[in-house]
Design a protein around this ligand. Structure first.
Ligand code: ADP
Ligand code: 5GP
Length: 190
């Protein structure tokens, strides 16, 4: 059986990765064709997030144990917390011929591309830095310290966007969903 493809979505915190992935997977023709991988993290669960749907929330001790046991395809410390992509489920899904979606940071994306050079990379960003600030503030999930860290990191992440195969500017949400859907459908049928 032909192996599935890997889609990687990166972008600054607040650029809309989670929203876009959720909408594309729920509302478009991509539904059922691509499976989003659920990462493991040590960060605190946000209001509305669900264990096993948004992330597997674990303690730092458990994360490091899993890392030592080779549980992750890649893992990184992002904004003072650990995040990792479970290896087994990615490999099993690909070997079933299904495509997978990883929503991971730019450093993790680099590691995955080293292992899977054919991975399709998509960078999501806002039209301007001011929009990013407003969206992050509007989400209401961060305090002053974590906001500053996320915005500071955004500047270095944005320098990496040229290395991505596609850049989606998340201005009007419906348009961005459509664009992401088109990219994915186009890559699926190649
Ligand atoms: P990320 O996953 O990249 O950190 P989110 O998906 O959590 O970003 O989006 C950050 C905030 O911006 C959320 O409150 C979300 O509802 C909002 N948002 C996402 N896309 C848009 C858009 N196109 N226009 C306005 N607000 C948006
Ligand atoms: P958040 O805390 O906002 O959910 O995510 C913070 C950052 O961690 C985002 O850039 C997100 O894409 C990234 N991230 C989420 N899961 C993973 C993962 O498994 N690996 C890596 N390297 N980054 C991840």
């Amino acid at each position: 059986m032909k192996s599935g493809k890997i889609f990687i979505i990166s972008g600054p915190s607040g650029s809309g990765k989670t929203t876009l992935c959720e909408k594309v997977l729920q509302e478009t023709n991509i539904k059922k064709r691509i499976i989003k991988m659920v990462s493991v993290t040590t960060r605190q669960k946000r209001a509305g997030e669900k264990l096993g749907r948004d992330y597997f929330f674990v303690s730092k001790k458990m994360f490091l144990y899993k890392k030592r046991r080779g549980h992750f395809l890649e893992s990184k410390k992002v904004f003072d917390n650990y995040y990792g992509t479970p290896k087994r489920v990615v490999k099993e899904t690909l070997s079933r011929g299904k495509d997978v979606l990883l929503c991971i940071d730019v450093k993790g994306a680099k590691d995955v591309v080293k292992i899977f050079p054919a991975a399709i990379t998509i960078f999501v960003r806002t039209p301007s830095f001011a929009d990013l600030k407003n969206r992050l503030a509007g989400r209401g999930s961060e305090n002053k310290k974590t906001t500053d860290l996320r915005l500071k990191t955004a500047k270095s992440e944005m320098k990496e966007e040229k290395k991505y195969k596609y850049i989606v500017i998340n201005d009007n949400l419906s348009k961005a969903i459509k664009e992401l859907e088109e990219i994915m459908l186009d890559e699926i049928i190649v």
